[in-house]
Design a protein around this ligand. Structure first.
Ligand code: PMP
Length: 306
């Protein structure tokens, strides 16, 4: 019997995916991170960031955490602060999904929006300004905080490793801050350096040498290299268009019954590309970071992508 929402975080299931483009002898497996109580992989990070801030006395137990976020980290921090006296203020570019803002507010956080044109950098700058103004406050800033990859190195990666008994040939994950990819890929490479680790981005992201631009796939993509991503772990980089990602997200719902966000669709597209060039009998693991319900207002299941 759980008595705190926090003990519900982690221990998410693995799911073996089917798709006509996956060769018969290859397994593609997704870690269903949308089954965390706040609905995303970031619930793990929220706990780490809050504990780190208090343990290191960056804030008192009545202080304020201020974070620039595309949404899921804000929800996760608000969830982590439940049952404490810590206040959470989230700064989110206004174009990101309205549902995420509502969920942060439902969990007791204050939401500030910044203009879309200034991107996540605008949200980061505004969060820094708030941190200067509000006493007893701290911004963990997931984009440059080593706790971010460490979270996944210490939680997600060992969970997957033990669930599969180390039977992993390829790891595929999207990168927004790059924390998930870097922490998990680092752990896997340390266990077995033959594991291929593959990063996924949308078109309009810079990892593959592209120019920064707008994209509809939420949660992944970078305008500049984040301080927490480790490019030495890139064995390959897949750049997936919004159209491919959204079409796959719709197929995951209608064919498999998985109600996941578009970054999961992009991850699955990349995992299928890897499956088509993998050696016989290979196991490919990917991450489905969040669910689709928080994107219904953004048109995630619109007809145009079918
Ligand atoms: N997918 C979604 C939906 C996300 O919110 C995020 C976090 N921005 C990611 C993927 C990427 O995670 P990370 O920041 O660890 O690279």
């Amino acid at each position: 019997m759980h008595k705190s929402v926090h003990t519900l975080i982690g221990g998410t299931p693995l799911f073996e995916l089917t798709h006509e483009l996956i060769p018969a002898d290859i397994r593609v497996i997704a870690k269903l991170e949308y089954m965390n109580p706040g609905g995303s992989i970031k619930d793990r990070l929220g706990m780490f960031l809050l504990k780190h801030a208090i343990n290191n006395k960056y804030i008192t137990s009545k202080g304020t955490i201020i974070e620039p976020t595309a949404g899921n980290t804000g929800i996760a921090l608000a969830l982590a602060a439940i049952g404490t006296n810590v206040k959470v203020e989230c700064v989110i570019p206004e174009g990101f999904s309205r549902e995420k803002q509502q969920l942060m507010q439902a969990l007791g956080a204050t939401v500030h929006t910044t203009p879309n044109e200034s991107g996540i950098e605008g949200a980061i700058a505004y969060a820094m300004k708030l941190t200067d103004e509000i006493p007893d406050s701290y911004s963990p800033c997931q984009f440059k905080n080593e706790q971010n990859p460490l979270t996944y190195y210490e939680t997600l990666a060992p969970e997957i490793w033990s669930q599969l008994g180390g039977d992993i040939d390829v790891f595929v994950a999207g990168a927004g801050t790059g924390g998930t990819f870097t922490g998990t890929a680092r752990y896997f490479k340390e266990k077995n350096s033959a594991i291929r680790t593959v990063v996924v981005e949308p078109e309009g992201s810079i990892l593959n040498g592209g120019t920064p631009g707008p994209h509809r796939t939420e949660g992944i993509g970078m305008n500049q290299l984040s301080a927490v991503i480790d490019p030495s772990l890139f064995d390959s980089i897949h750049t997936i268009s919004d159209r491919e990602a959204f079409r796959m997200t719709q197929q995951l719902a209608s064919n498999v019954g998985l109600l996941v966000g578009s970054s999961s669709g992009a991850a699955f597209c990349a995992a299928i590309k890897e499956a088509q060039m993998a050696k016989k009998g290979a196991t490919i693991v990917t991450i489905f970071p969040d669910g689709s319900e928080r994107y219904l207002s953004t048109g995630i299941y619109e007809e145009e992508f079918r």
